[in-house]
Design a protein around this ligand. Structure first.
Ligand code: SF4
Length: 343
C-alpha cells in the first residue's frame, strides 16, 4: 500500500482510526476523518468480510474477473488479487474481456486491460463479437443505427462472457458493480417489467458476486481508484445513448439527496423480490442452433443474429419476440411472463 508520506502539519486533523497520519477524507458512513492508509484497509476489509459471510468462493476455484478496463472492473481485479494473496483464498484468477469491436473505445480500453494483466500478474482471455458472431458493433451500428444497439450489445456480451468462461473452464465469473449501478439495475428491471431478468440477475447467480463490491458506493470506488492510482480507462462508449439508464441514475441521485439511504434501500428491495412459487416459469433448455442455454427454440443471440444476417435487424427486438419453428417471426406475447411477490 502507498504510504501517506506527507508530514503532519500542526493543527492538521489526525486520522480517527490510527491517530497518527493526517486525515485525507471523510468516511461516508460516519463522516469521521480518516487517512489514506486506513481508508484502504477499511475498504478492503469490508469486501473481505462480505466474501467470508456469503461464502462467495471455495479454495481451488477458478474465477474469471470480467475486465472492461473501466474503474469498477479494475478495482475488482486489484482488490480480489490482493485479498486472494493476503488471505490465502486459494483462487486461480483470470481476466476475461469482451471485444465488442467498437473502434475508438474498446480497442483503447483493451490496451488498459493488457497493462492490468502485467500489473496484477493475471492471465487475460479476450473473446470478440467478430469471432463469435461474425459481426462487430461498428458493423451492427452501421446497419441498425443508434436506436437498439445496446440491446444487441447486451445480449451478445452476456453470452460472450459465458462462452469465455467456458473456454477458461472457470467456476464463476465476478463482475464489478458498485452500489449505484446495482440500484439502477433494480429500478430499470422494474420499469421495464423485466422481472425474469431481475430474478436471475439478483437471486440465482449474480447477486452473491455483486454483493462483494456492491457494499461500496460509487464515491468510495472513485476515491479508492484515484488514491491508489489504478490504471483504468474512463471514456464513455461512443455508441452510448442509453438515455433510459441515465434517467434512472438521475432519479436515484435525486432520491439520495432527500434520503441518503435510498441506494441501499433499493438494493434491499431487489434482494427481497422473488418470483412467486405458483408462477409457471419458462423451462430452460438449449438453443437448437448454438447449444446455449435458452427457454425458446433459439436463444436470443441467435434470433438477433438471424435478423442481422437476413438484413432484418428488427427481428427479435422487443420482449417475447422470437422465431417459430419455421424460422418466422413469432409476435405472440408470452403468457408465462412471471409475476412478482415480496418476501
Ligand atoms: Fe455496448 Fe451500448 Fe455499452 Fe456501447 S453503451 S458498450 S453499445 S451496451
Amino acid at each position: 500500500m502507498e504510504a501517506d508520506s506527507k508530514p503532519k502539519k500542526s493543527g492538521a486533523r489526525l486520522c480517527c482510526v490510527c491517530n497518527q497520519n493526517r486525515a485525507a477524507l471523510k468516511r461516508p458512513k460516519t463522516l469521521e476523518q480518516i487517512c489514506r492508509e486506513c481508508f484502504y484497509a477499511v475498504f478492503e476489509e469490508e469486501i473481505h468480510q462480505v466474501i467470508l459471510e456469503n461464502q462467495l468462493f471455495k479454495p481451488g476455484e477458478r474465477i474469471a474477473i470480467g475486465a472492461s478496463g473501466g474503474k469498477d472492473s479494475t478495482v475488482l481485479a486489484y482488490v480480489l488479487s490482493e485479498l486472494n494473496r493476503r488471505h490465502n483464498y486459494g483462487l486461480d484468477l483470470f481476466l476475461l474481456s469482451v471485444d465488442e469491436g467498437i473502434t475508438g473505445y474498446r480497442d483503447d480500453s483493451l490496451e488498459t486491460v493488457k497493462r492490468n494483466e502485467l500489473q496484477y500478474g493475471l492471465p487475460l482471455k479476450i473473446v470478440s463479437y467478430e469471432d463469435l458472431y461474425g459481426w462487430t458493433m461498428d458493423e451492427i451500428v452501421k446497419m441498425i443505427g443508434l436506436k437498439n444497439n445496446c440491446t444487441f450489445c447486451g445480449v451478445f456480451r452476456r453470452q460472450a462472457l459465458d462462452r469465455g468462461a467456458a473456454l477458461l473452464k472457470v467456476d464463476k465469473v465476478a463482475t464489478g458493480h458498485n452500489a449505484d449501478d446495482i440500484a439502477e439495475t433494480v429500478l430499470l428491471n422494474i420499469l421495464r417489467g423485466d422481472i425474469a431478468s431481475f430474478n436471475s440477475d439478483f437471486i440465482i447467480i449474480r447477486f452473491s458476486l455483486w454483493l462483494m463490491l456492491g457494499c461500496q458506493n460509487l464515491n468510495k470506488f472513485s476515491t479508492y481508484a484515484y488514491f491508489k492510482k489504478l490504471d483504468y480507462f474512463s471514456t464513455e462508449c461512443i455508441y452510448s445513448p442509453n438515455a433510459y439508464r441515465g434517467f434512472a441514475r438521475e432519479f436515484i441521485k435525486d432520491l439520495e439527496r432527500i434520503r441518503p439511504r435510498a441506494i441501499l434501500d433499493i438494493i434491499k428491495s431487489g434482494e427481497d423480490f422473488r418470483i412467486s412459487t405458483t408462477t409457471k416459469m419458462p423451462e430452460q433448455g438449449t438453443c437448437e442452433r448454438c447449444g446455449y442455454i435458452s427457454s425458446q427454440k433459439w436463444c436470443k443471440a441467435c434470433v438477433l443474429l438471424e435478423g442481422l444476417n437476413r438484413g432484418l435487424p428488427k427481428l427479435g427486438i422487443g420482449r417475447n419476440q422470437g422465431l417459430n419453428s419455421d424460422g418466422k417471426k413469432d409476435r405472440k406475447r408470452d403468457s408465462r411472463t412471471p409475476s412478482i411477490e415480496s418476501k
